[in-house]
Design a protein around this ligand. Structure first.
Ligand SMILES: [Zn+2]
Length: 392
C-alpha cells in the first residue's frame, strides 16, 4: 500500500485514551441519555486537541491495528461469568474468563484496544441499543453494525433507516448459519441488495465451524454457497469470517474468482490449535491472498483473546513484516475505504451514501454548520458519525 503510512506518529496519531480512562468511559454508559450526548462532544475536543499536539507527545509503542470482528454482547446464549473461552477440537481446555456483562466487556475491550493501539473496530451485537452505547462511550472508534441471526430480524427496511440516519455503517455479522440457513437463502436477498446499494461492508459467518447450537450446520457454511450472492451483487463489499475455515480450497476458489471478496482471520487465531491456524493462514498467503485477509478478534465475552489473536499473527514465522502489517491494518484501511487527509493524517470514514460525499467535503466548514444534539451535521444530510467532525 504505497502512500499509506501507518498512523503511529505525526500530528494526528490516534489519541490513546489510556487505561485509566477506559473505566470512566464504560461507567458513562450508565448515565442518562442526555449525559451521553455530551460525551461525543467532549471526545471530539480530545481528538481535536491530540490531532494538533506535538508529535513527540504521541509516540506509539505499537503500530496501528484495525479489528474487523468485534462484538458488544455475544455469544447469543448464556455464558456464566468466569467461563473459559471456547476451544476446538474437543477434548481441549479453553483459557480466559468470560466477563460478567457487556459493561465489563467494554472496559476490558478498551483496555486491549489501548494496549495494542487498535484504532478502529467493526462492532456488532444482538442488541442494537448496547452497540450504540459502546459507540457513544468512545465516539469514532467503533463502526457499528447489526448482528443478524435470523432472516427478517432486523427488518431490512428498518435497517435502511438506521443507515440513512448514520447509526449503523456496517452489516453483520450475518450469522444465520447458526440456525442452519445457508448464505444463498432467498430470505437474505434484501440484506445483500441493501448493502450493495448503500456500499455498506458486510461480515458473514460462512465456514465449517461455529458454536454448539442445535440449529448450526457445517454444510450451510461452505464458501461456494456464496457464489450466487457474489454473482448477483458484484459490488457487494463482503468479507467472510475465518476465511471459511476449514474450507480452504473452496475459499481460495471464491477469492480467486471474485476479486471483491475479502476475509477475516479472527476466531481461528485463538479457538483452534496454533498449528492449525498457521497451516491455514500460510496456505492462503502462499496462494497469494495476503492482500485480502484482515485481522479480527471475535472476542465475544473474552477480551483477552484480542491480544492473543494479534500476537498469533505477529509471531507467525512465515509472514514478512509487510504481510503482518497488511493483515493487521492496511488491508482493512483499503477495504473500508478509509481516507487519510494528507495535511493532518487524521482518519475520516467515507460517507455511506456517496452522493453526499461532495456536499460534506466541499460545503462550508463543519464548524459553521448547524448540528443536532448528537453533534452531527444537520440540514437534512444523513448523520455520518464516523466522519471526523473537526476542521482539517
Ligand atoms: Zn463473530
Amino acid at each position: 500500500m504505497g502512500g499509506l503510512p501507518d498512523v503511529q506518529s505525526g500530528p494526528c496519531a490516534y489519541p490513546r485514551v489510556g487505561l485509566g480512562a477506559s473505566r470512566s468511559q464504560a461507567v458513562a454508559l450508565q448515565q442518562e441519555a442526555a449525559v451521553r450526548t455530551v460525551i461525543p462532544a467532549f471526545m471530539s475536543i480530545v481528538v481535536i486537541a491530540v490531532c494538533h499536539a506535538p508529535a513527540a507527545l504521541l509516540a506509539q509503542e505499537h503500530p496501528p491495528i484495525i479489528d474487523m470482528h468485534l462484538h458488544a454482547d455475544l455469544p447469543p446464549y448464556d455464558v456464566p461469568p468466569g467461563t473459559p473461552a471456547l476451544c476446538r477440537p474437543e477434548p481441549c481446555q479453553g483459557t480466559g474468563r468470560a466477563t460478567a456483562d457487556h459493561i465489563e466487556t467494554l472496559e476490558k475491550t478498551l483496555e486491549a484496544m489501548d494496549r495494542y493501539n487498535i484504532v478502529k473496530a467493526f462492532l456488532s451485537g444482538v442488541d442494537p441499543a448496547i452497540v450504540q452505547r459502546w459507540v457513544a462511550a468512545v465516539p469514532n472508534r467503533f463502526m457499528a453494525a447489526p448482528f443478524i441471526l435470523q432472516p427478517g430480524r432486523p427488518d431490512p427496511e428498518m435497517l435502511r433507516r438506521e443507515y440513512v440516519a448514520g447509526r449503523f455503517s456496517g452489516m453483520g455479522e450475518i450469522a444465520i448459519q447458526l440456525n442452519g440457513v445457508p448464505p444463498n437463502d432467498p430470505a437474505l436477498e434484501p440484506y445483500f441488495a441493501l448493502a450493495e446499494e448503500l456500499g455498506v461492508p458486510v461480515l458473514i459467518h460462512t465456514e465449517g465451524i461455529g458454536p454448539y447450537l442445535p440449529g448450526f450446520r457445517s454444510a450451510a457454511g461452505n464458501p461456494v454457497l456464496l457464489e450466487d450472492v457474489l454473482v448477483r451483487h458484484p459490488k457487494l463489499r463482503l468479507f467472510v469470517e475465518n476465511a471459511g475455515y476449514p474450507y480452504r480450497g473452496e475459499m481460495i476458489a471464491m477469492m480467486y474468482q471474485y476479486p471483491q471478496l475479502h476475509a477475516d482471520v479472527s476466531t481461528i487465531s485463538w479457538v483452534i490449535p496454533r498449528t492449525a491456524f498457521y497451516d491455514y493462514l500460510e496456505a492462503l498467503v502462499r496462494a497469494g491472498l495476503g492482500k485480502r485477509l484482515m485481522f479480527g478478534s471475535d472476542q465475544m465475552r473474552w477480551p483477552e483473546k484480542i491480544g492473543e489473536g494479534i500476537e498469533a499473527i505477529e509471531q507467525a514465522p512465515f509472514l514478512t513484516e509487510e504481510q503482518k502489517r497488511d493483515i493487521l491494518y492496511r488491508n482493512a484501511v483499503r477495504f473500508l475505504r478509509l481516507e487519510q487527509d494528507p495535511s493532518s493524517a487524521c482518519f475520516r470514514w467515507q460517507p455511506l451514501l456517496p452522493a453526499h460525499h461532495e456536499e460534506l467535503t466541499h460545503a462550508q466548514p463543519l464548524s459553521d454548520r448547524p448540528r443536532d444534539r448528537g453533534g452531527s451535521v444537520a440540514r437534512g444530510l444523513p448523520r455520518v458519525p464516523h466522519l471526523v467532525l473537526q476542521p482539517l
